[in-house]
Design a binder for this molecule. Structure first.
Ligand code: SAH
Ligand code: TMP
Ligand code: ZN
Length: 409
């Protein structure tokens, strides 16, 4: 099967297949099992523009809807992170209340609330109606729709052009990036900037964090592939900065070509990406081998736990855990339950392998011998909260960057 790049129509060479996969965030009840949606999760490298991407996509309407499971504000650390970002962005790119700020994928308003509170003219674009409603309740101006060229033009007619457009963990969700770029070309003022932050491909490669790969993440970005893409739309990346969230992210600043000075960070990261080989297919062939080894080690460890009579529970019913459980074959006989603080996930079952998702209180009372840390990206926050669990003899199992049993991260 030959795959064409979603961006340049060049050839996409697959390097890893995770097999039949359910929708990562579709936690479900038993009466929904018979209608569960599956697709082939496979990742490839474009030989034309070097963009790493999924070879098969799930219809966005099946992913983002009025029953979307992910509420950004569930994590205290992320709330703090977005406050810092909003403060810095206000100081740098939107210091006047007359400035207009648009956020793509504003979810429950975790970032925009800081602009709203300060009285800055703002708009959130959020297709998942339930999380958008949570934002509106906080007084955040939110429109329920997907961001694309058409919606961008409507925004310009209604509000004028924007000084700052932001997005976090959403741009890699948008299959038609050309429509995103055309939308930005229409929406941004001549000196306006687009600041966005997504899981970083360099971290996936170095940490073997293959669980970042799931249906919502259509693309796996790095500077080299993105710079080519934006250049094709009269824009350029003028700055970038790594962020220690979601397992390793990168924040990029994009402006119209020549509109703003290009910072030294661009040259520095370009050289780092050259050294890592992010634009070479062989890098991803090597990554695939490491992913397979990680799967084999995790499954062996869980089987060993079972044979010793140790009880294992999952910590955090993350979308990432759907890739891990289904790819490794982690079924309820190996992991009894997954505890999660999100009310909408509790009482349901995990996609594909159908492990029960229970409220956090159950984790406290059931005292499993091992906690498989699916929410490893929130590891510091979780371990700090779980000192008593570890003091009582509990241990965490982690698999990024390597499979091991630990007391802390
Ligand atoms: N920015 C938040 C939410 C990330 S989850 C955070 O970082 O925590 C991704 C969000 O993007 C979801 O709320 C989803 O509904 C939204 N989304 C998906 N496709 C989108 C699109 N084309 N335009 C705008 N939002 C989109
Ligand atoms: P994420 O990895 O996509 O951010 O999802 C994190 C999930 O983990 C979310 O469903 C909430 C859950 N979670 C807990 O159950 N306990 C915690 O302490 C944290 C930080 C997250
Ligand atoms: Zn391409």
């Amino acid at each position: 099967m030959e795959y064409k790049c979603l961006i340049c129509r060049g050839e996409v060479k697959p390097f890893i297949s995770f097999g039949r996969m359910p929708i990562a965030n579709a936690f479900l009840s038993p009466d929904q099992y018979k209608n569960e949606h599956f697709f082939m999760l496979e990742t490839g490298f474009c030989t034309g523009c070097s963009m790493v991407q999924l070879t098969q996509l799930v219809d966005p309407d099946l992913l983002f809807h009025a029953d979307y499971a992910y509420f950004s504000s569930i994590s205290v650390r992320m709330a703090e992170h977005f406050k810092q970002w909003a403060d810095a962005a206000r100081a740098t790119y939107a210091s006047s209340n007359d400035n207009f700020v648009v956020e793509i994928g504003s979810n429950d308003g975790i970032m925009l609330q800081h602009f709203a509170k300060a009285g800055v003219k703002h708009l959130g674009i959020e297709p998942s109606a339930n999380v958008a409603e949570a934002a509106r309740k906080k007084g955040i101006n939110t429109r329920v729709c997907f961001f694309n060229e058409k919606t961008a033009k409507e925004i310009v007619v209604e509000y004028g052009q924007a000084d700052l457009v932001t997005g976090a963990n959403v741009i890699c969700h948008i299959p038609d990036l050309h429509a995103l770029a055309s939308g930005l070309e229409a929406l941004l003022k001549p000196k306006g900037v687009f600041q966005f932050q997504e899981p970083y491909l360099g971290d996936i490669v170095t940490k073997v964090s293959y669980d970042q790969i799931y249906d919502e993440h259509v693309y796996y970005f790095c500077l080299q592939s993105l710079q080519k893409f934006f250049n094709g739309h009269g824009m350029e990346i003028i700055d970038l900065e790594p962020q220690d969230v979601h397992g390793g992210s990168m924040r990029y600043v994009v402006a119209r070509k020549g509109a703003r000075p290009v910072q030294p960070s661009v040259k520095e990261w370009w050289a780092r990406e050259e050294a890592l080989g992010l634009s070479k297919f062989s890098t991803y062939q090597q990554l695939a081998k490491k992913i397979e080894a990680s799967r084999d080690q995790l499954l062996a460890l869980l089987k060993q736990m079972k044979s010793k009579g140790l009880r294992v529970a999952g910590y955090g019913a993350t979308s990432k855990s759907t890739t891990v459980t289904n790819y490794c074959g982690i079924t309820p006989d190996l992991v009894e339950f997954i505890s999660d603080t999100t009310p909408g996930k509790q009482g349901k079952f995990s996609p594909g392998v159908h492990i029960p998702v229970v409220p956090y209180e159950k984790f406290k009372t059931a005292k499993p011998d091992r906690a498989l840390l699916f929410a490893w990206n929130h590891g510091h926050e979780i371990v700090a909260n779980e000192r008593a669990y570890v003091q009582g003899g509990g241990r965490f199992i982690v698999y990024v960057p390597a499979v091991k049993e630990v007391e802390g991260v």
